[in-house]
Design a protein around this ligand. Structure first.
Ligand SMILES: [Zn+2]
Ligand SMILES: [Zn+2]
Length: 237
């Protein structure tokens, strides 16, 4: 019920978020370097791989930059794994500015609607990664992001943290050294758990922690660190 509550809250706020995100992409698209029509299989494949590359960094920064983690950590605060976790997404993407990671695709010359459609299709594929029912997909595990890879991504076990950021493909994790194979049993959830079942408290959990850390800061540098460095960052004693 918490997962669906968080999901409904996000969908309502998305009416605004997606409006602003579309406006940003269309604004950037005015300055495009070329106009690229997706009118052949070759161009479609190139676009898909470029999109996956952007998605990889979008997701990686959503974990490694606390300002973006504040939104994305909502998805990771679920302590169990089933399809409903795919609805549990942060509602504060507008504040985190996540859409900016996809803006270079519009600048290259891919139409904003194509970017939006591919993002929707990728997220739809990812719904089915949130399950314990599928153990392995055999040789597809080499190329695709699979339920097994995504269970690792949701784990708080030390060796699994910040691994498997891919959307549909897992190849960029293998290339950039963030791949981990599912071996020991997965412990789901955050290292500092969010105990609340209230969707609004869940959506604002990490923002509250950032605010409390910023109040403790004794310099502007520390405040910047608490907001934009990695989620576990602390000033040196
Ligand atoms: Zn994630
Ligand atoms: Zn997930």
């Amino acid at each position: 019920m918490s997962n669906f509550g968080v999901g409904i809250l996000k969908r309502v706020i998305d009416l605004l978020t997606y409006g602003v995100a579309a406006a940003v992409l269309f604004w950037v698209y005015q300055f495009r370097l070329a106009t690229i029509e997706i009118n052949s299989l070759g161009i479609a494949v190139v676009f898909f791989v470029l999109f996956e590359f952007a998605y990889y960094w979008h997701h990686r920064w959503a974990h490694e930059v606390r300002w973006m983690w504040a939104t994305h950590s909502v998805h990771h605060s679920a302590a169990t794994m089933n399809l409903s976790v795919s609805a549990r997404l942060g509602a504060t993407g507008l504040i985190s500015g996540s859409i900016l990671v996809f803006a270079p695709l519009a600048l290259i010359g891919f139409h904003p609607l194509m970017i939006a459609f591919t993002l929707a299709a990728s997220l739809f594929y990812q719904v089915f990664l949130h399950t314990e029912l599928i153990k392995t997909l055999g040789p597809l595990e080499w190329v695709l992001n699979t339920p097994s890879h995504h269970r690792v991504h949701h784990a708080s076990n030390r060796q699994y943290i910040n691994k498997n950021y891919g959307g549909v493909l897992i190849i960029f994790d293998r290339m950039f050294g963030t791949f981990a194979k599912e071996e020991e049993a997965v412990k789901y959830g955050l290292t500092i758990p969010c105990e609340s079942k209230n969707p609004i408290k869940i959506a604002l959990f990490e923002w509250g922690r950032i605010l409390r850390d910023c109040r403790k800061a004794t310099s502007l540098f520390q405040m910047f660190g608490y907001m934009f460095f990695g989620p576990g960052w602390k000033p040196k004693q």
